[in-house]
Design a protein around this ligand. Sequence first.
Ligand code: F6P
Length: 193
Amino acid sequence: PKTIYFSRHGESLFNVMGLLGGDSDLSARGKQYARALPSLVATHIPNADRLTVWTSTKKRTIATAAHLPHKKVAWKALDELEAGKADGLTYEQVEERFPEDFANRDNDKYNYRYQDGESYRDVVARLESVIMDLERQDHVLVIGHQAILRCLYAYFMNYSFERLPYIKIPLHTLIQLTPGAYKCEEKRFKVDI
Ligand code: F6P
């Protein structure tokens, strides 16, 4: 691709409460980001009329894309890392209820698989088809989740597996990656909300 665009979904109700996973709606701030996104896109993405917007099947990414006038595709493969038994809990509750798991995740975050859930390694595997498609496209904006965007970002920016689960993908920011011969050029456009 010439250029790829990423954004996390707007702040969700689960983000506000510090809960993992789920399928919550956007918070008031998150909705504000969704309303601001069309002008952010128009300002920073050239030929935005040719843009296709990819979301997951979760409410928070679909709601973030809601005001964008472009063609949209919802991919199940873009759904957030499945936290299994930890879904809907806070990190503190996970530590309390599953202390060993919590420690294991800390030791090897890339390979740690949640009980009844996924690891970052699993997510990288399920994103393979999305990445292959993304490689062939030119004008795509992915509105995704934190863990998912870490995997996509690491792929294009050539980050190691060890660093991947710690990449900072902030909320309310449009990330532009332009692949070059040796490395990707990156720009970030933040909205103050
Ligand atoms: O907190 C938002 C979130 O997307 C959770 O739903 C998800 O489990 C988590 O981030 C992934 O981040 P980490 O792998 O650092 O826990």
